[in-house]
Design a protein around this ligand. Structure first.
Ligand code: CTP
Length: 694
């Protein structure tokens, strides 16, 4: 979802401009607000009317409105947008952007843009391949713009090659990734060393190794994707910088890599040392090319500094250090030796004995070894191995954070005593780590957030349970879960618990990746999962407060109602107003309806005046309970379609049967009549009340 994201869509004069309409439709469908800006020549390819109709806003093209002289402020657009997408971008516009030629509103908007800019070029293959275009693209990348590379395929010229604008679906995908990919390393600084080092023998010869740098570059990319500020110290490799936000320092020798790493490390949170650093360099580097001699020759070598060991000595308690070991024999033994000698937090072992692993391959097979143990991973692409390694780093940083946390956590949430269970047995065979992580994150979210300004005593905390069952899960983190929510409160003077709310939510769709933080911002419901949980928490607190004082829960129930109203655009059927009388929306809409006020009063009468008293003074208690069912009857008569009335009789069925079995025959008759009317499907249960003779 791009709900609420403000996007400036720049369209330029290319045959692919027709695809801008599809892109615009998809963005709007995702919930984005889109302002289209066209270059004058784009109007030759697609009409402003089409784009203004699809976006629901006038299209901007000129600096001024010709009819009333109003200025179209590119400065304001630059401040308004969360992202700018230029698709399609012609060679001419790329050139203007790269060189600041601001002769149209699109380029002035680009130059004023404060938000990230995504550029999707489209042109004929020769134009795309021309050094002039490629130079513009490189310049834009160096400005930090994201270039969505043109795809291979048939072009408007009927030639086949690279130059087709990327498909609108993929452009939207990249935007969604940008906004929502898990950014757990935001604010963290990471140093990565990668590639080989070359140790000069003379001006034309060196001692080097086969390292391609691919593994280190993939790690740098993964860290940058997760929001880290990455410095990549690269030895001589033939690789492009994989992410626009990465700061790259190119070095050649081990000595240069040492200098760069030692100067960067003090400001970093983590260093990942994946470079294959030469242990020795020629003691003398000849300044002239060494000539062939008739005899053999010997090169005397001297030791290079060990970068990992040096950083290990510099390491502060708040920093983490990760090394690599490439071994041909006794892998684990040597790796463990390096782990302790270099003061690393963990070491990634790849063994040259494994097929497809190591230098130059695009795949790798690693084990992660730390003081606690060893985790073996299967053969994977280097980018997937990078994900595993970076997840491990994230975990370390999270643990570091938790070590600092207990000082602040004690002041937090105390309303709920919640348990959360997540049952993933329906989706066998998946990676289970994500389920454990989600469960942990939910427990923390529900129990540690302060939901009210009230103070709760330990015994006042509301016992509740959130039981999730995973119906489906995909590797991109998409979940579909059912959820059973149940809240109970103790009946004073007894060991008896009364259910104040219970409901089975059949389907909640959301995205979650390990280590995502669950956050909830009242007026910005970005995340369906946290919106759903916050909704139930407020509803439960509100209903619980209703049991403590007549209509006492309004403040929190209104919060739940606001969430349900605002969540209509989240696209989850459970929020849809009017589509069903059995979803989240209808529950709170029923409960807060004026005609249902008797039910809210029932909560108080039944619990506080009825149940609580019954354990001290049976007669008074029973009387209050019977009266509370008169209130239920009234609410039912005033709003017979309300689902909540029926739901209440369902989730309280055992409790009602238990309590009323203790009543007089007249009391029994009154409640059985009411209950049979409201919920005839449970008539056999209600009959038990009449039959039981307690
Ligand atoms: N390393 C380093 N600087 C060096 C040598 C190694 O930073 N001069 C780092 C590597 O980047 C890697 C780890 O140390 O993360 C282990 O590298 P490796 O070459 O396996 O270790 P050495 O200590 O050189 O041991 P060996 O005798 O096996 O070569």
């Amino acid at each position: 979802m791009l709900r609420g994201k403000k996007i400036v869509l720049g369209v330029t004069g290319s045959i692919a401009a027709y695809k801008a309409a599809v892109l615009l439709r998809l963005l709007v469908k995702e919930g984005a607000e889109v302002q289209v800006v066209m270059t004058p020549s784009a109007k030759e390819f697609i009409t402003p009317l089409t784009l203004s109709t699809l976006s629901g806003r006038p299209v901007l093209c000129d600096f001024f409105n010709a009819s009333d002289g109003a200025w179209h402020s590119h400065v304001e657009l630059g401040l308004w947008a969360d992202a700018m997408v230029i698709a399609p971008a012609t060679a001419s516009t790329l050139g203007k952007m790269a060189n600041g030629i601001a002769d149209n509103l699109l380029v002035t908007s680009y130059l004023s843009m404060k938000a990230p800019v995504f550029v999707a070029p489209a042109m004929d293959l020769d134009m795309y391949a021309h050094p002039s275009t490629q130079r513009s693209i490189e310049v834009l990348k160096s400005y930090g713009n994201v270039i969505i590379e043109a795809a291979q395929g048939e072009l408007a010229s009927h030639l086949n090659g690279k130059g087709r604008m990327e498909e609108p679906e993929n452009i939207v995908g990249q935007l969604k990734d940008f906004f929502f990919e898990s950014r757990e390393l935001r604010g963290k600084k990471v140093l990565v060393t990668a590639g080989p080092t070359y140790e000069k023998i003379d001006p034309v010869r060196f001692i080097g190794n086969y390292s391609s740098g691919k593994m280190g570059f993939a790690i740098a990319e993964e860290c940058a994707k997760r929001g880290a500020d990455v410095t990549l110290v690269a030895g001589p490799v033939a690789l492009k910088t994989p992410h626009p936000s990465i700061k790259r320092v190119d070095v050649e020798s081990a000595a240069e890599m040492y200098e760069a790493s030692v100067s960067e490390f003090p400001s970093c949170d983590v260093a990942v040392l994946s470079a294959a650093v030469a242990d020795y360099r020629p003691a003398v580097q000849a300044s002239e090319k060494i000539k062939r001699a008739s005899q053999g020759m010997t090169i005397e070598l001297e030791a290079n500094n060990d970068i990992a060991a040096a950083l290990g000595r510099m390491k502060e308690p708040s920093q983490r250090l990760v090394g690599f070991a490439l071994e041909t024999n006794n892998g684990e033994f040597h790796a463990r030796e390096k782990l302790s000698k270099k003061n690393l937090d963990f070491i990634v072992l790849n063994s040259l004995e494994d097929k497809g692993a190591g230098f130059a391959y695009d795949t790798n097979k690693v084990s992660i070894i730390d003081k606690e143990g060893k985790t073996d991973y299967p053969l994977k692409s280097k980018s997937d191995v990078a994900k595993d390694i970076v997840s491990h780093i994230s975990k370390l940083l999270m643990l570091l954070l938790l070590m600092l946390l207990p000082f602040t956590a004690s002041a937090e949430g105390e309303e709920l005593n919640a348990t959360v269970t997540l049952n993933a047995s329906k989706v066998q065979g998946s990676n289970t780590e994500v389920f454990d992580q989600l469960q942990e994150a939910l427990v923390e979210f529900v129990n540690n957030r302060k939901w009210t300004s009230n103070t709760y005593e330990e015994e006042e905390r509301i016992a509740c349970n959130f039981s999730f069952v995973v119906n489906s899960y995909a590797n991109d983190g998409s979940f579909d879960c059912s959820l059973m929510v149940q809240a109970t409160r103790p009946v004073y003077g007894s060991s008896y618990l009364s259910t104040i709310f219970k409901y089975e939510d059949k389907s909640i769709k959301f995205k979650y990746q390990p280590f995502d933080r669950l956050e909830f911002i009242e007026d910005n419901l970005d995340n369906n999962l946290t919106a759903v949980i916050a909704f139930y928490v407020y509803a439960i607190i509100g209903m619980d407060m209703d049991t403590m004082g007549e209509l006492g829960g309004s403040e929190w129930l209104n919060k739940a109602l606001t969430i349900a109203n605002n969540a209509q655009n989240l696209g989850d059927a459970g929020w849809r107003a009017g589509s069903s009388n059995n979803n989240r929306y209808s529950i709170i809409d029923d409960y807060m309806n004026g005609a249902m006020e008797p039910v809210r009063k029932l909560m108080y009468k039944y619990h506080r005046l009825g149940l609580d008293t019954m354990y001290k003074n049976a007669d008074n208690g029973r009387k209050a309970i019977t009266e509370s069912f008169d209130l239920l009857k009234k609410a039912y008569e005033d709003r017979p379609m309300a689902y909540f009335t029926k739901l209440l009789t369902e989730y309280k069925v055992d409790e009602i049967v238990n309590v009323y079995s203790k009543c007089t025959p007249e009391e029994k008759k009154t409640v059985v009549d009411i209950l049979s009317n409201i919920n005839p499907s449970l008539s056999s249960e209600w009959e038990k009340i009449t039959k039981n003779n307690n």
